[in-house]
Design a protein around this ligand. Structure first.
Ligand code: ADP
Ligand code: MG
Length: 148
């Protein structure tokens, strides 16, 4: 199923992230597409809040992968952008989609070989000012629960 949601503030994009955290089970993989500044990391911050993570989520561009523990498991935040020009052996497959993990991946196209076909997808589009369109793709039972 597909569904489009337009947010008009950072807070609204975080709210969508919180709602996803409430409906996603561990083992979930979310691919976050979109240009720089389109709101991918903002969404991850909301998702982390939804999992009860109090540690601040920052952009992992320089680390590629950051792990955040929570009661229900571990949030795996990956930003694969830096992998476009180099291959680094990170053992990402030990985390992505594994039991007890929630994997949120920015720039998934650079680690295509690790993405399961069951991954949910969100494309973030910057419509100018504080307006962002989130194009969601996933099971109906999940997307039905995502609303502003
Ligand atoms: P990305 O990870 O896609 O590069 P970020 O989430 O790091 O993007 O940055 C998004 C930027 O856009 C932040 O500075 C945020 O405050 C701003 N912003 C403005 N409006 C929105 C919105 N509706 N949703 C998300 N971010 C927004
Ligand atoms: Mg980012």
């Amino acid at each position: 199923m597909r569904k489009d949601i337009v947010t008009s503030s950072e807070e609204e994009t975080k709210e969508i992230g919180r709602q996803f955290a409430a409906v996603c089970k561990t083992g979930s993989v979310l691919c976050l597409y979109g240009d720089l500044g389109s709101g991918k990391t903002t969404f991850v911050k909301g998702f982390a809040e939804g999992l009860g993570i109090t540690k601040e989520v920052t952009s992992p561009t320089f680390n590629i992968m950051c792990l955040y523990e929570c009661e229900k498991g571990v949030l795996v935040h990956i930003d694969a952008y830096r992998l476009y020009e180099q291959q680094i052996e990170l053992g990402l497959d030990e985390f992505i989609g594994e039991d007890g993990t929630y994997s949120l991946i920015e720039w998934p196209k650079y680690i295509d070989e690790f993405i399961p076909i069951t991954a949910l997808e969100i494309e973030f589009v910057n419509l100018g000012n504080d307006i962002r369109e989130l194009k969601l793709k996933g099971p109906e039972r999940v997307l039905d629960k995502i609303n502003l």
